[in-house]
Design a protein around this ligand. Structure first.
Ligand code: DXP
Length: 254
């Protein structure tokens, strides 16, 4: 079970809701993933206009926790405004803080991310913060009191998978709050990799929405995350430099 703030989830997969070929495929993919947490960009959805097409209307919202995110924000001030808007719409008290500092790489701005996270904590939000894989920043954010840390595997939408396993490993080892690897996951292998490292969960979007068959990929991600978690809990063997016979050498018939 994954616990964040006062919520507990069976699934360790959080799914983004952007850029699906159609609402119908999205709905099917969400179901196939068995996710319990859906994240969406508040700025890209007109949550107050009932006439605008809105994927949230397509879903049985009893089944999901909504995780509005502050995508599109470039300053702490913008992120805080977006979070307040999400709360005012009655969507949820959880917020994914995302403050982008570079348009080309889409990497987060560490200073504005920290500022926004602190402000939203003061305002009583359950704060899940998207960061780069900076180990010290992750520690500082945890000390500030955030509820979950979301280090990127690689840039958003890049599908490159985990580019700095060592940093992610350090973040996972040091964290006493849940670590959700977020962004850059390209394939089920990447999702399983994150879970085998000991991440508490994975948040992904493009790998599913951009797949040739989003529904199949959503299911594949579900299994990959379950397999990765099981493997982590089972405890992998140590890597050795040379071959070691796997058959016992005693008791052989001669
Ligand atoms: C949907 C969302 O929150 C994204 O900003 C997130 O970081 C996912 O990234 P990928 O699309 O690379 O999975």
């Amino acid at each position: 079970m994954l616990t964040i703030g006062d919520k507990t989830f069976r699934s360790r997969l959080m799914l983004g809701t952007g850029k699906y070929p159609s609402f119908a495929e999205q709905k099917e993919a969400v179901a196939a993933s068995e996710t319990e947490v859906l994240t969406f960009a508040v700025r890209r959805m007109d949550i107050f206009d009932k006439n605008e097409p809105n994927l949230l209307e397509e879903l049985d919202l009893e089944k999901y926790s909504l995780l509005p995110n502050t995508a599109g924000a470039k300053t702490a001030e913008e992120a805080v405004r977006i979070a307040r808007l999400a709360r005012a719409s009655g969507l949820c008290d959880m917020i994914k803080v995302e403050v982008i500092g570079c348009d080309k790489t889409l990497l987060p701005d560490p200073f504005e991310t920290m500022k926004a996270s602190v402000q939203l904590l003061e305002e009583g939000f359950t704060v899940l913060t998207y960061t780069s894989d900076d180990v010290v920043l992750a520690k500082r954010l945890e000390e500030a009191g955030i509820h979950a840390i979301m280090p990127g595997a690689s840039p958003i939408g890049s599908g490159r998978g985990i580019v700095n396993e060592m940093n992610l490993q350090f973040i996972i080892e040091q964290s006493e709050i849940p670590v959700i690897v977020d962004a850059g996951i390209g394939s089920p292998k990447d999702a399983a990799h994150a879970m085998e490292l000991g991440a508490d969960g994975v948040l992904l979007n493009t790998a599913v929405s951009g797949a040739d068959d989003p529904v199949k990929m959503a299911e594949a991600m579900k299994f990959a995350i379950q397999a990765g978690r099981l493997g982590y809990e089972a405890g992998r063997i140590e890597k050795k430099a040379y071959g070691i016979k796997s058959s016992p050498e005693s008791g052989l018939v001669t």
